[in-house]
Design a protein around this ligand. Structure first.
Ligand code: DAH
Length: 348
């Protein structure tokens, strides 16, 4: 201990220890802190590592090598810490904002679905396609001729009042009136204008009626129309196909009845009811009308140049909203047109 050289060697070693500690512990939490750190330890003039290197002569010869190695290791550590801190801060600059939390659960993309009316239209159309019917379509803006006259509604006949019509243009000397079609039956006429029998078509589409809006009627709704014209088509064929359809829609054991009715374009005409079971009703259910139908009136065929002695045909038309409401237990028709996602989601 009396040797001054030994004494200063010890001091140099202590300084080295102290330096190593500071290199390790300095907080590098900003670009500025990193700059200060660099100057403090690495600056040629005032850097603490440079200062320590200058003290090597104070150290005993046998320790010099080790002392030098320790300083080099300390210097390497300073450089490594500067580098990693610099990378960290420059990365933070590029993608400003918080680092994403990779442990968060993923977001599920919302998936749309077809509207229940579209689903029902497609289902019904598919059933009839499987019986050999072809799909036909016609315009929603119709003329009075196709919507009424050609379907055997006489002018000023009260039958026209059965359907509350939205007129676009009143009848004039140029045309017989332009309107929003009140049913899909005018497409029967358009098909017969363009095609010779045999004809077998199914017609899905939108129709309009000027009715007071309530839980059971809306100003627009959808129908599916059917038409079959060939030699020897009978009412029995009609009953058979409608029965097959009802079994597909409402189940094998569906109870169904044909009730005599009237439509200007069919003779005879009928309405089809199915028995809808409902335990809350005194009879355990009730008859619900699902469509109108009948044998195409010879007047309609003759008006289109089809020989009614040779050809006969049946036609039917059904309201899709009514059938969907039955199937899905929907009690208010208006909900079908509100586009409330909470409602629509139930049909995906
Ligand atoms: N078009 C009629 C309506 O909207 C429904 C209808 C009844 C269509 C009998 C037909 C039919 O094709 O034969 O009320």
């Amino acid at each position: 201990m009396s040797d001054p050289k030994n004494h200063s060697a010890e001091a140099a070693l202590a300084a080295l220890k102290e330096l190593q500690h500071e290199i390790q512990e300095s907080v590098l939490d900003s670009i500025e802190a990193v700059d200060e750190y660099r100057i403090r330890f690495l600056s040629r003039k005032q850097g603490q590592i440079t200062a320590l290197l200058k003290r090597i002569p104070e150290v005993a010869n046998e320790h010099k090598k080790h002392f030098g190695q320790e300083i080099n290791a300390a210097k390497a550590l300073v450089e490594a810490r500067i580098e990693s801190a610099t990378v960290q801060f420059s990365a933070g600059e590029e993608s400003s904002g918080p680092v994403p939390d990779l442990t968060l659960p993923g977001r599920v993309a919302a998936k749309g679905s077809l509207h229940p009316i579209t689903q029902a239209l497609r289902l019904i159309t598919r059933v009839f396609e499987s019986y050999g019917f072809e799909v036909a379509e016609g315009p929603e803006i119709e003329d009075d001729w196709h919507n009424f006259s050609a379907l055997n509604f006489p002018p000023d006949h009260p039958a026209r009042d059965m359907q509350d019509t939205f007129f676009i243009e009143a009848p004039s000397h140029v045309h017989s009136g332009i309107l929003l079609r009140t049913h899909t039956s005018p497409v029967q006429i358009r098909v017969m204008e363009n095609k010779k029998p045999p004809i077998r078509v199914i017609v899905p589409g939108r129709v309009y009626r000027n009715e007071a809006i309530s839980y059971k009627s809306y100003c627009l709704f959808h129908q599916v129309e059917g038409l079959y014209i060939d030699e020897g088509v009978t009412m029995a064929n009609l009953k058979q196909i409608i029965h097959a359809f009802a079994r597909t829609m409402f189940g094998e054991n569906v109870k169904m009845r044909f009730r005599p009715s009237f439509f200007p374009f069919t003779e005879p005409s009928a309405e089809v009811d199915i028995w809808w079971e409902d335990a809350n009703l005194p009879d355990g259910g009730r008859w619900m009308e699902i469509m109108g139908c009948g044998m195409v009136d010879p007047n309609v065929l003759e008006g289109l140049g089809i020989d009614s002695e040779k050809y006969t045909g049946y036609a039917f038309g059904m309201g899709i909203e009514r059938i969907s409401m039955l199937r899905f237990g929907i009690e208010d028709i208006r909900i079908l047109y509100e586009n409330d996602v909470r409602f629509l989601e139930q049909f995906s």
